[in-house]
Write a protein that binds this ligand. Structure first.
Ligand code: UT7
Length: 328
């Protein structure tokens, strides 16, 4: 049976660099607070107006180039974002159109920081059943337009960045290569611990302007606690399923929300931080784009080599979380 193999990777981040100190223009904050609490030094923000689908396009073009594929080779587009261009339809169809495609199916998924892991799992299943051979998976976000620039928005506002990452996923018959297993979880009991509640089907549009519900809310400590526990469990089940020891994995790529979360997981598994690919200092939390941006940079830096054992894991709003075990 064929399994799914990542054959192309690409990323795009807007050129505008926003340093921690730049945020002092609207928040009572400091470089020291942001860096020591999260590991972030700077992030990229789009200059308005911008489109999430367009950011996805730039990343997708790079990924297609690396995979030596044309847009017309794509059987399915999976688009993961929490910041779509429109309330509906999703950004997947917009990307499909930007790629010059006419009727290629496009599937949007709403799994926030876990979007890439969920998308990879979906792609893997389609490839295993033989329904599709070439899938484009994109995670893209424009978050600088939804964060709250009011003083009380500082806890969330300093953490998020804009960007996109993409992967071309193809069927391979090479034994023991590609995606070996994925594990997905969610827990809606915690949906309100990290959310932007509006626009909502429960609110009439004329009530929205200035509505508090349009501002992001995060219970940072609760999210942090669950992120460490749940991503740790997701890594554990990936290791157990593959019968891999923590040490024999060549590279761990965990969602970039806070370097302290990665450090806690590294400590739990008694692993050095060198086993983990991190770039949160440059981009902040780019939600669904975080893992594919990491993978792209890891590949460019020669940290992903043929035969490498790789574990991906993510946790975020929903709560949703999951992991994937791959052999590169
Ligand atoms: O991607 C989805 C998953 N997201 C996450 O995993 C994020 C998880 N949470 C976190 O990363 C951390 O909880 C934060 C980085 C958000 C916050 O770190 P913390 O160590 O939990 O800080 P805190 O929320 O307990 O805040 C400590 C203090 C508070 O002041 P008081 O009440 O102690 O006087 C905050 O008001 O820091 C204050 N504070 C800030 N100060 C300067 C909150 N935000 C800021 C800020 N600048 N931006």
């Amino acid at each position: 049976m064929a399994s799914a193999c990542i054959t192309g990777l690409g990323m795009y981040v807007p050129p505008k660099v926003v340093k921690n100190d730049d945020l002092k223009a609207f928040y009572d904050t400091s470089d020291e607070w942001i860096y020591t609490r999260s590991g972030i030094q700077e992030r990229r923000w789009v200059e308005e107006p911008a489109s999430t689908a367009e950011l996805g396009l730039y990343a997708a073009q790079e990924a297609l180039k690396m995979a030596n594929k044309k847009p017309s080779d794509i059987d399915l587009i999976i688009f993961a974002t929490l910041s779509p261009d429109m309330y509906f339809p999703g950004s997947g169809v917009l990307l499909q159109n930007l790629l010059g495609l006419e009727t290629t199916p496009a599937l949007d998924i709403r799994q926030q920081c876990s979007g890439f892991i969920y998308g990879l799992s979906i792609a893997d299943q389609y490839i295993r059943t033989g329904m599709y051979q070439t899938i484009l998976l994109v995670g893209a976000e424009i978050q600088s337009t939804w964060i709250d620039y009011n003083p009380e928005g500082r806890t969330v506002g300093v953490l998020f960045g804009d960007g996109a990452g993409a992967a071309v996923i193809e069927a391979t018959n090479a034994p023991g290569r590609g995606v070996l297993s994925t594990h997905l979880y969610s827990q809606g009991a915690y949906a309100r611990e990290l959310c932007v509640a509006e626009p909502s089907s429960a609110t009439r549009r004329h009530e929205l302007p200035g509505s508090y519900g349009m501002r992001p809310y995060m219970n940072g400590k609760e999210v942090f606690r669950h992120a460490v526990q749940r991503m740790g469990e997701a890594v554990q089940i990936a290791l157990a399923t593959q019968k891999w020891s923590p040490e024999e994995v060549d590279l761990y790529v965990l969602h970039q929300a806070n370097i302290r979360i990665v450090q806690a997981i590294a400590e739990f598994f008694h692993l050095p931080m060198e086993k983990f690919y991190n770039n949160i200092h440059k981009y902040g939390n780019t939600t669904a784009a975080s893992i594919p941006i990491c993978l792209t940079e890891a590949w460019q830096e020669g940290r992903l080599k043929s035969g490498h054992k790789v574990i991906l894991a993510a946790f975020g709003s929903g709560f949703t979380w999951g992991s994937a075990a791959l052999v590169w």
